[in-house]
Each structure stands twice: as C-alpha cells, then as structure tokens.
Design a protein around this ligand. Structure first.
Ligand SMILES: CC(C)(COP(=O)(O)OP(=O)(O)OC[C@H]1O[C@@H](n2cnc3c(N)ncnc32)[C@H](O)[C@@H]1OP(=O)(O)O)[C@@H](O)C(=O)NCCC(=O)NCCS
Length: 79
C-alpha cells in the first residue's frame, strides 16, 4: 500500500509470498511505489519497520533506505 500526505510518501504492508521471495519482486514493487510518489511531486518516501525485523531492514538497506532516526509515538484510544 502506497500513499502520500502531500509532503512525504508512505509505504505499508509490503510482503512477498515466501515461495516467491529473493526473485526481485519486492524490489520491483518498491520501484513502482517510488514512481507513483515521484509522479505526484513528492520527493521523499518512507516507511516503518519494527526494530526486531532485521531481515526486512536489510532488504530496505539494500534498496538505499536508511534509518531516519525518528521515534514513532502512538496511543491506543480505547484505554
Ligand atoms: C521483505 C520482503 C518483502 C522482501 O521481498 P523479496 O521479493 O524477497 O525481496 P527482493 O527479492 O526484491 O530483494 C531485493 C534485495 O533485498 C535484499 N534482501 C531481500 N531479502 C533479504 C533478507 N531476508 N535478508 C537480507 N537481505 C535481503 C537483497 O539484497 C536482495 O537482493 P538479492 O536477492 O539479489 O541479494 C519479504 O522478505 C517479505 O515479504 N517479508 C515478510 C513481510 C514483511 O515483514 N514485510 C515488511 C513489513 S514492514
């Protein structure tokens, strides 16, 4: 899922079926996401990954994505 808030592009829920991983599918999907965002005049794209998900961080690092050194804050509204 890709979108933008007028300032930055955001990517969520990237996943490739295990039997099809390591064949360049996610790289192609991310390239399509980047094109979609760029075509809308937005020059930065970002996403969130859990610290524990080191394989996915390695994937994004391989595509040139780096740690933005930000903290994501959240709050459940039913508590
Ligand atoms: C992360 C994920 C989407 C990658 O999909 P993929 O189609 O296998 O990725 P690609 O084949 O396009 O990989 C491109 C490059 O990323 C790197 N890479 C991919 N998976 C990697 C891994 N597990 N560990 C280290 N590097 C990895 C490699 O450099 C790879 O190039 P190479 O295969 O030529 O070495 C897939 O592993 C996945 O669906 N994971 C589970 C879902 C998930 O946690 N999504 C993220 C939510 S934030």
């Amino acid at each position: 899922m890709v979108g933008h808030d007028g300032h930055r592009g955001w990517v969520y829920y990237l996943a490739v079926q295990p039997s099809h991983q390591r064949q360049g599918v996610a790289r192609a999907l991310m390239s399509a996401c980047e094109d979609w965002v760029r075509e809308r005049g937005v020059l930065k794209i970002q996403l969130m990954v859990r610290h524990s998900n080191q394989d996915v961080i390695a994937f994004y690092n391989a595509l040139g994505y780096v740690d933005g050194e930000v903290v994501v804050l959240g709050r459940f509204l039913d508590r």
